[in-house]
Design a protein. Structure first.
Length: 231
């Protein structure tokens, strides 16, 4: 009996046992791969958020020096084109040393409230884009702050909203900056996902990243800008 038992042990694992062990190893390996991808994705998102967030102080600095916000760039040279409908970031106008792109190569869209670029001088209302003073800018900010929420100017919708309507608007900020991420995640033909690809409505900064949404949205609120400029 003892000799038989020894022979049985020496036969090793059966095919079924080997299949079970292989399956367990595969499951564990897949789990590590998913975890690694998740960590890499989180790191990428953090880098994108950091790269994009550094643009906000630059805009505030420009507003402090010029008593208005810069117009968008419409031809890709980084210089503002006032009166245009572009959404390029005017990196040359605000004296950045390089184009505004994320650390993973995503495009950056710059959307600004029309109230805060085409300012009228108090003494000469017809004089647009003039060297207005701080009083002009703060007056315009205050007037813009008390306006009713609308979709006729750049708007942020509530988290999870996919419809551009007044009912979904939670803010009309001074500036919206959208980083497209690295892919056309929703497959809609634009590097920007969901509402970020068209119109005046944009997704909430709190919108979670998913398989079909990899954009990063930042805003410069009018109240925050007023606190920095007018206080």
């Amino acid at each position: 009996m003892l000799k038989g038992s020894s022979n049985s042990l020496q036969k090793g694992f059966t095919l079924v046992e080997l299949a079970v062990v292989t399956l367990i190893i595969s499951v564990i390996t897949a789990g590590f791969v998913v975890m690694a991808k998740s960590v890499i994705t989180q790191q990428q998102q953090q880098r994108v958020a950091y790269e994009t967030a550094t643009l906000i102080p630059q805009l505030v600095d420009f507003a402090q020096r010029n008593n208005r916000l810069p117009c968008p760039d419409s031809d890709g040279d980084g210089v503002e084109n006032c009166g245009s409908t572009g959404t390029g970031f005017p990196f040359n106008t605000i004296l950045l040393s390089k184009p505004a792109v994320s650390s993973i190569g995503g495009a950056v869209s710059y959307i600004v409230s029309p109230d805060l670029i085409a300012l009228s001088n108090i003494d000469d209302p017809q004089w647009k884009f003039s060297a207005t003073n701080r009083q002009d800018f703060c007056r315009q900010l205050t007037n813009s702050l008390i306006k009713t929420l609308t979709v006729s100017e750049p708007a942020i919708v509530s988290r999870g909203s996919s419809v551009c309507s007044v009912a979904n608007v939670v803010a009309n900020p001074a500036v919206i900056i959208v980083d497209s991420g690295s892919t056309n995640a929703d497959g809609a033909g634009s590097v920007f996902d969901g509402l970020n690809g068209s119109g005046f409505c944009y997704s909430s900064p709190a919108q979670p990243q998913t398989a079909s949404y990899d954009d990063t949205v930042l805003v410069l609120g009018k109240a925050l800008l007023a606190g920095d400029i007018c206080s």
